[in-house]
Design a protein around this ligand. Structure first.
Ligand SMILES: [Zn+2]
Length: 213
């Protein structure tokens, strides 16, 4: 299926048009890629250097529309000079070359204080972005399962917090059995106040236990 057919199917032509024209004002671009979600590390991204939003489409569900709203919200943070966005850029560019490597490989090599600084900046920025993405979903009446979106977002925020403490990126997949926990039933679908994500001790116990397995 082509993107215009897909956007018609989900009745989100307006939203996609809005993103395309908004990005074009900044010489940016919206790029869609197709593929199954288990074959890649990320679902979408916004690149400030080129003003590009890349979003992966898995036409079997509407999850990717939430991802698109999220990346668009990052773009809005960027063009509005949002303080959390700027703090994040400062924290990263002073200290880090490749975020992927830091989170998934070299976490333990970083000083714990630096990990805490990085994760704190990221959590504030992502939380702000998620709240904005949820408003975008309402504004454009996007067919996204918001409870699922909030659960996923919440788990990722707690993952950053876990990483800041241990230097290891947690997974909901059990290393021995290869089984992934059913995150939809973890009852973590409420996005919390920023303070909740400031201390490792605030990670819900069941989640902490799963992260550590
Ligand atoms: Zn994000």
């Amino acid at each position: 299926m082509r993107i215009d057919q897909i956007s018609k199917k989900y009745k989100i032509q307006n939203f996609i048009e809005k993103i395309r024209s908004h990005l074009a004002e900044y010489n940016g671009e919206l790029i869609f890629k197709f593929g199954l979600s288990n074959t890649r590390r990320f679902d979408g991204e916004f690149l400030e250097s080129d003003m590009i939003i890349r979003c992966f489409i898995d036409p079997n569900s509407s999850y990717w529309i939430g991802v698109l709203a999220h990346e668009y919200a990052h773009f809005l943070q960027c063009i509005s000079g949002n303080k959390f966005w700027i703090n994040f850029q400062d924290a990263i560019f002073d200290n880090i070359e490749d975020l992927e490597i830091v989170f998934h490989k070299d976490g333990k090599k970083l000083d714990k204080r630096l990990r805490k600084k990085i994760s704190s900046c990221i959590i504030k920025m992502e939380l702000d972005c998620d709240k904005s993405a949820l408003k975008i979903m309402d504004k454009y009446k996007l067919p996204v399962n918001k409870k699922e979106y909030r659960s996923k977002a919440n788990i990722i925020l707690y993952k950053y917090l876990y990483w800041s403490e241990h230097g290891e990126w947690p997974s909901l997949t059990n290393k021995k059995t290869g089984k992934t926990v059913d995150w939809k039933n973890l009852n973590v679908s409420k996005l919390m106040d920023q303070k909740q994500y400031a201390s490792y001790k605030n990670i819900p116990l069941k989640l902490r236990y799963l992260f550590a397995q």
